[in-house]
Design a protein around this ligand. Structure first.
Ligand code: IMP
Length: 429
């Protein structure tokens, strides 16, 4: 029996929420290990739709949720999200949610810096979610972050605020943005402390005990490999490592505990924010995919850019993240299209590449090379077995497997949890 790590294999929004929810029903613990409330996971359970940003998806299934040290936690956003799901009837208590005591906090000044810097970038903006994710990770690496456990030590908070404000107010003033005042921030953090500290603990100890007891652990990734700060389309990326290896460092377990790596990929491609997207469709087909796939950001509400499935890019994600199986989602969005294209590589300045090179200029000039396939006329929506799928749809899936060098181990055919074809149970390794 293995544990499972679920990560996005494209640019995020692959439908991880549904797959994680489905797998959570088979797990004992669900752990978030990177990112913050920039993520947006939509879960449809019966007639309720939960939109989660920071909370581990397993909470909806009554599973213990853990927020690991690799996550940047905005305490205000956390409490607001808890209040939101509680209004939908889901109770979140220190019995159902534990947060790593060494998780760094996102403060209001981080969101202010994030937005001021994006505004200053003008045309070169990254298209961040404006939630302060990048600046919070920068503070962590710069060794000045306030961490959850610090809230129990007012003197530590006060000293760190001095260092933080020296740095950030200088920057904010330079960008012409309002500066922050120490006392107000201190008071705010002290008021939050008794509300969030009950969730804090050394989660590595609990995870170690769970591992020894054979409790199944599901590691829930956020964002996706092409937004990874090292392996993604830098600088148009998020500020954390999103690859599966991060699950170990971001939760406090050994690499062997991470288990089976399941990559989620949409049957086409989408991206929010700026940056290269070689298979992007800016025509009527792109608009159709966006409309049918309801491609709007959960966090930002921004329409997502849409395009053809880029097998070269997903193959790259498979390799750098050690993806052992793909969960393919939203195949039904392609139903009825006469012709489908799959990106198989890039032509850059006349030269053919099977991978996306690292230099941003080359990425921007990359023109997708396609393989063209016939579409299918039947419906794949709600299919629960291969036999329910049109033959041409099966061919499309098989071609994706060949080109990405990864088997499709799950196929999701509608937002409903049970509309899933399981080829192989990831928990069986
Ligand atoms: P940040 O994570 O807010 O710094 O944004 C950096 C980039 O990652 C931007 O292009 C965002 O649109 C993108 N991004 C962040 N979180 C998500 C997500 O959950 N889904 C898709 N894109 C995301």
């Amino acid at each position: 029996m293995a544990n499972v790590a679920v990560i996005g294999a494209q640019w995020g929004d692959e439908g991880k929420g549904k797959v994680v929810d489905w797998l959570a029903s088979r797990a004992g613990i669900v752990v978030r290990f990177q990112g913050g409330h920039n993520a947006g996971h939509t879960l449809v359970v019966g007639n309720q739709t939960y939109k989660l940003s920071l909370l581990p998806s397993g909470l909806v299934r009554g599973k213990l949720g853990i927020i690991g040290n690799g996550v940047v936690v905005d305490p205000e956003a956390l409490l607001a999200e808890i209040a939101r799901v509680e209004a939908q009837g889901l109770k979140v208590t220190p019995e159902s949610l534990r947060i790593a005591e060494n998780a760094p906090l996102i403060l209001p000044l981080h969101a202010a810096i994030d937005r001021a810097r994006e505004a200053a970038r003008g045309d070169r903006k990254i298209g961040t979610t404006g939630r302060g994710i990048g600046p919070a990770y920068e503070d962590k690496v710069a060794r000045r972050a306030i961490r959850l456990a610090d809230l129990a030590e007012p003197e530590t908070v006060a000293a760190k605020l001095d260092e933080l404000l020296l740095h950030h107010n200088t920057l904010l003033a330079g960008l012409g943005a309002p500066v922050f005042e120490k006392q107000a921030l201190f008071d705010q953090l002290m008021a939050l402390a008794p509300r969030v500290l009950p969730f804090a603990e050394p989660v590595w100890e609990r995870l170690d005990a769970a591992r020894r007891a054979g409790t199944r652990i599901l590691f829930e990734g956020a964002q996706a490999v092409m937004l990874d700060v090292d392996h993604g389309t830098y600088p148009f990326v998020t500020s954390s490592n999103t690859v599966a290896a991060t699950a170990a460092a971001g939760a406090g377990v050994g690499p062997g505990t991470v288990g089976f790596v399941l990559g989620i990929a949409k049957a086409y491609a989408t991206r929010v924010g700026s940056g290269p997207f070689p298979t992007e469709l800016t025509d009527a087909t792109g608009a159709l995919l966006g409309e049918r796939g309801a491609e709007f950001g959960v966090v930002t509400g921004r329409p997502r850019r849409c395009g053809w499935f880029d097998a070269a890019l997903v193959r790259q994600a498979v390799k750098v993240s050690g993806i052992q199986g793909l969960a393919l989602t939203k195949l039904d969005v392609l139903d009825g299209l006469a012709e489908l294209k799959i990106g198989v590589g890039y032509r850059i300045d006349g030269e053919l590449f099977r991978r996306l090179p690292a230099a941003p200029g080359a990425q921007a000039r990359a023109v997708a090379e396609y393989e063209v396939m016939e579409g299918w006329s039947g419906s794949t929506r709600g299919a629960r077995s291969w036999a329910d799928l049109p033959a041409q749809a099966v061919k499309y899936v098989r071609r994706i497997e060949e080109l990405t060098e990864a088997p499709v181990t799950l196929l999701s055919t509608s937002p409903e949890r049970d509309d899933t074809i399981m080829v192989r149970d990831p928990f069986e390794g």
